[in-house]
Ligand binder design. Sequence first.
Ligand SMILES: [Zn+2]
Length: 344
Amino acid sequence: MASRNNKSLPEEVIFYYSPVYLQHITLPHHPEQPIRLTAIVEHLTKNGLWEMVTHRPVDETRFGNVAVSKYILNVHPKQHIDYIKRKAGEAHRVGKTIIPFSDGGDTNVSGKTFDVGRKAVAAALDATDVVCKGEVYRAFCAIRPPGHHCERNRPMGFCVFNNVAIAARYAQREYGIERVAIVDWDVHHGNGTQAIFYDDPSVLYISLHQYPHYPGTGSAGERGLGDAEGTTINYPLPAGTNEKTYEDIFVGKIVPAIKEFKPGLIMISAGFDAHKDDPLGDMLLTEDSFSLFTRILSDAASSVCDGKIVSLLEGGYNLEGLAKSAAAHIQALGGMESIVQTET
Ligand SMILES: [Zn+2]
């Protein structure tokens, strides 16, 4: 475990980032670019948060590329892993960096995507480790590619492995955590995560998202299957939804649902593309909104699972909105609201 700095947050937050994540390359026009993470890192550095979180280098985790594949297999079939590996190999061989999948969701694969994708999963697994062991109670992974659109056997919507699903399964199988709650506030519905757990009553999947919007799923009527009916909860929201509406849903619906479900761990699919400046969404949230939602979920986590939260970056495509929102989220995870300036 990396040592803590002199300046720290009231609640220790483990922060995962690696320059390796910049090696997944997408086409020039593509919104999901390496600079997204650079923007977050620069902003955290500028406002002092970089020194206040505890850094956990991904290369120092026990999850090398081979070890990670074992846990990916808990969610994705070998065929899917081989497909991503093959496509990345093709991209490498033809000397062109990028192969776009024709998935309707603009997913690109470059020569390093397979390795980078496994490193993203490695951070999610290690974060789950440290939180489930009780070493810390909060972790945030600044990773890419994102994950929540990826289905069991289909890369989709910029996503090649479903990071949050793999980590949720890992928490269950390695730590005996019976129930995991995943809250997904990305502006897009997490169709992949929903599909993976749709018939599984042990994972509560809650999503708030713009609707109708990409990927088209996430109506209120999608509630889970069989024994799992009621453990998928969708809040489809119209374009132009503001913070107050979100807050009412968080306080009035999501927190009670989490308290009733009694998860041993809360995971957040933390996309920041519902920010008002985001080019891929039409919502009216600000960075303060993400601070608010984080505090609401932190309170819920304190009452049901000793405060345990693992948060993974999903979308967010306006660089300033993304960086400020991620910073606000991390501050709130650490129990700090406004001590650090959020000016860029
Ligand atoms: Zn999104």
